[in-house]
Design a protein around this ligand. Structure first.
Ligand code: AR6
Length: 173
């Protein structure tokens, strides 16, 4: 699957058409990757986010990228992990599906995802990686518009989890 690439680094530096933000329901900023994206984008991003009226968990909304190299930011809200019994898997899958759908609607050809929900929201990274990779692979199978999806992992442990998940899917597992 050469349309998916797992990299380790800072998503705010990605020169893709869009980067995805792991936001919260308010869409008004926070810590982690959300904080980093708002800092790098500058105040215009928060100003536009204020007009969006928040976002439901599993949903996605789009803004411009302001001072980022990326033209767009797609804000999605991952589930908080509660042990896997409150629909967390399905909600996480929706984040990837809805973000990719929105990307296609905006003519986006290259997009970078962070590891949604595996930081402050405590979703187990191996499980999140399998869901993320499965959803991206399935989406790309049925879509000819998106040329490249990057998964940008901040640390080695996260990168290894996504690499393993991708290998397993490629083996047909
Ligand atoms: N580039 C790429 N990945 C990053 C970066 C970065 N610059 N910074 C952190 N990560 P988190 P969540 C990784 O907590 O679990 C916020 O306060 C991080 O190491 O950012 O979905 C929001 O406002 C981890 O692997 O997002 C919400 O309230 C991954 O990004 C809440 O956190 C996700 O960690 C969302 O929690």
């Amino acid at each position: 699957m050469d349309r998916i690439e797992i990299v380790q680094g800072d998503i705010t530096k990605m020169e893709t058409d869009a980067i995805v933000n792991a936001a919260n329901n308010t869409l008004l900023g926070g810590g982690g990757v959300d904080g980093a994206i708002h800092r790098a984008a500058g105040p215009g991003l928060l100003e536009e986010c204020r007009k969006l009226g928040g976002c439901e968990t599993g949903g996605a909304k789009i803004t411009k990228g302001y001072n980022l190299p990326a033209k767009y930011v797609i804000h999605t809200v991952g589930p908080v992990w509660h042990g896997g019994v409150t629909g967390e898997d399905e909600l996480l899958a929706s984040c990837y599906k809805n973000s990719l759908k929105l990307a296609v609607e905006h003519g986006i050809k290259t997009i970078a995802f962070p590891s949604i929900s595996t930081g402050a929201y405590r979703f187990p990274v191996d499980r999140a990686a399998r869901i993320a990779v499965r959803e991206i692979v399935n989406f790309l199978k049925n879509d000819g518009n998106i040329e490249k999806v990057y998964i940008v992992c901040f640390d080695k442990r996260t990168r290894e989890a996504y690499e393993k998940a991708l290998e397993e899917i490629e083996k047909g597992g």
